[in-house]
Design a protein around this ligand. Structure first.
Ligand SMILES: Nc1ncnc2c1ncn2[C@@H]1O[C@H](COP(=O)(O)OP(=O)(O)OP(=O)(O)O)[C@@H](O)[C@H]1O
Ligand SMILES: [Mg+2]
Length: 414
C-alpha cells in the first residue's frame, strides 16, 4: 500500500479545482485537502486565456496546499473540450517467440499496430485502452501474456485530441511552475470517482454535465467503448432563462440553482417563483412548473443529441447497467427522471463514493473530475508499486520489457 499524497487538477470552464489525496493505512482513499478558484480563462473546456487560467491554477493549488499541509510540485491534470474524439480500432501481429508464447513485447506490438490509424497532423493520441485480446480467433481474452498462439489481435479504444489544445493546457500548468505526471481524459477521471464496478461490467453510460460541455463515456466489461465531448452545458440553460424571461444572466443563474427543476411534474401546483426583470422593471411571479419547462426543453434537446450519437453507432443496447449523471448540472432537480424518460434507461446521479475526509461543501457531483483525477493517480501509484513488489518476489522470464526482450533474443539465437 502506497500512502504517498497525489494531486488531481481539474481545469474546468467555471472553476479550477485541486485535490490532494492518498490511500491511507487501511487502504481507504482519503482526501487531505482541496482548493478551488473561479476560472474565466477556459471556454468549452479549452484554454483561451493563459494569464487568467494560470492565476486560477495558482490560487486553487495554494488553497489545497494550505488545507493539506502538502507542498505540491506535480499534478495529474484532466483534458476536455469538443476537440476530443474517441474511436475503436484493431491491431494484428504474428507472435514472434520460438514457442509462440505471447510476451509483454507482443502486447506492446499489437497495441502499437492498433494505434496505427490515420490521425491528422494536428491531433495527438491521448489514450489507448485495450478492450479485448484475440488469440488465433479466440476472443474475450483479458490476460494474453503467457498464452500460446500464432495470430494475436487487440481491440482498443483510442482517444485523440487537438495538439494545440493540449499544448496550451500543458503550458498553463508549466507556467504556474507545476510538472504534469499524467494527462487524463476528464470523463475517464469522473468515471473513476462515481461508477461502481458492477455498472462498468454490465455497460454504463456516464455523462459529466458541466457548464459548457458534456463529457460522455460508455464502459462495457469495465473498459471504454465510446467517448465523446459535446459542446453543450448548463450555461445554455442559463442563457435560455435570461433570454425568455428577460432577466439578467446572473439572476437567471441564481434562479436556476435556487428554484430550477428539469422535470415539471415534480413541481407542486401552488409553487411560484419571483423573477426580477431587466432595467429595474417590476418583477413578475411565475409558476415553478412553467419555469421548469424552460429548463426541461434545453436539457431534453441535449440528451436527445447524445442519444442520437449513440444510436448512430448502435451503442444504446450496450447500456445494460444504466446511465450515471455527474458534473455540476447533475444537481438539477429531476435530471435522473428526465434522462430516464429520454433514453428509456434507468438513470442516477453519481457523486464520488468510497472516500473519506471530504468536507461537506465538496460533496457534490461538480467535484467528480478533480477527485477522480486524484484517485486515478493514487491507483496508478499503487499498481506500479504492486508490479515492482511482484517482480521482486517473483521474477519471471517475461516480467518486464527488458527481460522480455532478452527472452525473445535468447529464443531467436537458440
Ligand atoms: N443546483 C444546480 N442546478 C442546476 N445547475 C447547476 C446547479 N449547480 C450548479 N449548476 C450548473 O453546473 C455548471 C457547473 O458545473 P461544473 O462545475 O461541473 O462545470 P465545469 O467543470 O467548470 O465546466 P466544464 O466541465 O463544462 O468545463 C454550471 O452551468 C452551473 O450553472
Ligand atoms: Mg467539468
Amino acid at each position: 500500500m502506497v500512502d504517498v499524497p497525489v494531486v488531481g487538477l481539474d481545469i474546468g470552464t467555471t472553476k479550477v479545482c485541486t485535490v490532494v489525496g492518498r490511500f491511507n493505512e487501511n487502504n481507504i482513499f482519503e482526501i487531505l485537502g482541496m482548493g478551488k478558484c473561479k476560472n474565466s480563462g477556459v471556454r468549452n473546456g479549452v484554454v483561451v486565456n493563459i494569464e487568467s487560467t494560470v492565476d486560477s491554477i495558482l490560487k486553487a493549488i495554494e488553497e489545497a496546499e494550505l488545507e493539506s499541509g502538502v507542498s505540491i510540485f506535480n499534478v495529474t491534470a484532466g483534458i476536455a473540450g469538443a476537440h476530443i474524439k474517441g474511436m475503436n480500432s484493431r491491431g494484428v501481429v504474428a507472435v514472434t517467440g520460438k514457442n509462440k508464447v505471447i510476451s509483454e513485447l507482443d502486447v506492446e506490438r499489437v497495441l502499437e499496430a492498433a494505434k496505427a490509424v490515420v490521425i491528422p497532423m494536428d491531433r495527438e493520441i491521448l489514450h489507448v485502452e485495450a478492450q479485448d485480446y484475440i488469440v488465433d480467433g479466440q476472443n474475450n481474452i483479458k490476460q494474453a501474456i503467457g498464452m500460446i498462439g500464432t495470430r494475436f489481435e487487440a481491440e482498443v479504444h483510442i482517444v485523440t485530441g487537438s495538439a494545440t489544445a493540449k499544448q496550451n493546457l500543458t503550458h498553463c500548468i508549466n507556467r504556474a511552475s507545476y510538472k504534469i505526471d499524467d494527462l487524463i481524459l476528464n470523463s475517464f477521471a469522473s468515471a473513476e470517482a462515481v461508477l461502481h464496478d458492477d455498472e462498468r461490467e454490465l455497460g454504463v453510460l456516464m455523462l459529466d454535465f458541466g457548464s459548457s460541455t458534456v463529457d460522455a463515456v460508455l464502459f462495457v466489461n469495465k473498459v471504454p467503448y465510446y467517448s465523446n465531448v459535446f459542446s453543450y452545458g448548463g450555461d445554455l440553460v442559463t442563457s435560455d432563462i435570461a433570454c425568455l424571461l428577460k432577466t439578467p444572466n446572473d439572476v437567471a443563474e441564481h434562479l436556476k440553482i435556487s428554484s430550477g427543476c428539469c422535470y415539471p411534474s415534480l413541481c407542486g401546483e401552488d409553487e411560484d417563483i419571483i423573477v426580477p426583470k431587466l432595467g429595474g422593471r417590476p418583477s413578475i411571479s411565475l409558476p415553478r412548473d412553467k419555469f421548469a419547462e424552460i429548463i426541461e426543453a434545453r436539457m431534453k434537446e441535449i440528451f436527445l443529441l447524445i442519444k442520437k450519437d449513440l444510436e448512430a453507432r448502435d451503442l444504446v443496447k450496450m447500456v445494460g447497467g444504466g446511465i450515471v449523471l455527474t458534473g455540476g448540472v447533475a444537481k438539477s432537480e429531476g435530471i435522473a427522471e428526465l434522462a430516464n424518460q429520454v433514453f428509456q434507461i434507468s438513470s442516477r446521479v453519481g457523486i464520488p463514493h468510497g472516500i473519506i475526509g471530504l468536507k461537506p461543501e465538496y460533496m457534490g457531483p461538480e467535484f467528480s473530475t478533480a477527485i477522480g483525477l486524484t484517485l486515478h493517480a493514487a491507483r496508478g501509484l499503487e499498481n506500479r508499486a504492486n508490479q515492482v513488489k511482484y517482480k521482486k518476489t517473483k521474477p519471471t522470464k517475461n516480467g518486464n520489457l527488458v527481460s522480455g526482450l532478452f527472452a525473445w533474443l535468447k529464443e531467436f539465437i537458440e
